[in-house]
Design a protein around this ligand. Structure first.
Ligand code: ASP
Length: 322
């Protein structure tokens, strides 16, 4: 009697573990042990290379994305991120950034001036304060109190472009022209944990105080360690209207692959703003827990960089709606 009961228990344990393996495959959640980092635009290549130094050694995805996006932030030739970013219409370089880890911890700064690496200030907000977002003078004060150096971010080149712009003062967000572009980066570590970072100087010649999607958790970036992560670039107002990156992650939660999720989010913008969507650019990138990726944009020309053991840091062009 005892023996048959033990046998019954043994066989039901085996059946239960078989069922959980089946569930794993049915949900398409086959475990992978492959680090991957993806980021927006061509400058993603340099950023990925830096992130990869950390990821390839088994480092934390959070450290990788912070180090990665610091590359364009510190490059004065990149006029849409960090040092050398094109200013607002008053000639002030104001930066937006956010970061999110595998525990849903997140930190952000908006309209921050004089600091080359806003992403690192965002990380400090996440780690050292009970808050998520600091803005303007408060963000600067916090940065200075935490040892960041006050610097002039307006390069001679960006100042020249701003003065040329002032002659007509025409404000029209042009598709893919380098008057805006954000680095959004998402990474999956060897430990299968996700993290993301997003940083920008925002729309060139924007109104003073304007903040786009990039530092808004759920708009410019969202990470859910159970499901996947997403980031965006393009006209931030349109991304905010649909909570873009959060939407992409939720669409993945509903069973969509990252590519389908990015496409559905872009189509939501088209549905909401059919006329306007022809004139503007928005692009999404996504990664799920399997390391599968997605990329889609409103217009042609949205490029992104991928680096993994299989893809040696290469630029791709995303498919687009138009
Ligand atoms: N999303 C950024 C913003 O709206 C700009 C960009 O990525 O082009 O500030």
């Amino acid at each position: 009697m005892k023996t048959s009961r033990r046998k019954f228990l043994q066989s039901s344990t085996i059946l239960a573990s078989l069922a959980s393996v089946q569930r794993l495959f049915a949900n398409n959640t086959k475990p992978v042990n492959k680090p991957i980092v993806i980021s927006t635009w061509n400058f993603g290549v340099g950023a990925n290379a830096e992130a990869w130094k950390i990821l390839s050694k088994g480092g934390r995805a959070l450290d990788a994305v912070e180090a990665g996006v610091q590359v364009p932030e510190g490059d004065p030739k990149e006029t849409s991120v960090g040092l050398g970013g094109l200013p607002d219409r008053d000639g002030r370089v104001t930066l937006d950034a956010c970061i999110m880890d595998e525990f849903s911890n997140c930190g952000a700064v908006a309209c921050l001036e004089h600091i080359v690496h806003p992403i690192s200030v965002a990380r400090k907000v996440m780690e050292k304060t009970p808050h998520v977002l600091l803005v303007g003078d408060g963000a600067l004060q916090f940065a200075l109190a935490n040892g960041f150096k006050k610097e002039n971010l307006l390069t001679a080149e960006s100042e020249k472009k701003w003065k040329e712009w002032l002659r007509k003062s025409e404000y029209k967000p042009i598709v893919n022209i380098e008057n805006h572009d954000t680095i959004g980066m998402i990474a999956l570590g060897t430990d299968q944990n996700l993290a993301g970072a997003c940083t920008t100087s925002g729309m060139a010649y924007k109104m003073r105080g304007r903040v786009g999607d990039s530092p808004i958790i759920g708009a410019g970036l969202f990470v859910d360690n159970e499901i996947g992560a997403a980031t965006s670039t393009g006209l931030g107002e349109e991304v905010i209207r649909i909570c873009g990156s959060h939407l992409v992650v939720e669409l993945m939660r509903q069973g969509n692959l990252p590519q389908q999720a990015c496409e559905l989010a872009v189509k939501r913008i088209v549905k909401n703003q059919p006329g306007k969507s022809k004139e503007i650019q928005v692009g999404f990138l996504a990664v799920n827990k399997n390391g599968e990726i997605g990329a889609y944009a409103l217009q042609k020309g949205f490029t992104y960089a991928v680096c993994s053991n299989d893809v040696p840091n290469k630029i791709f062009e995303a498919k687009s709606f138009y």
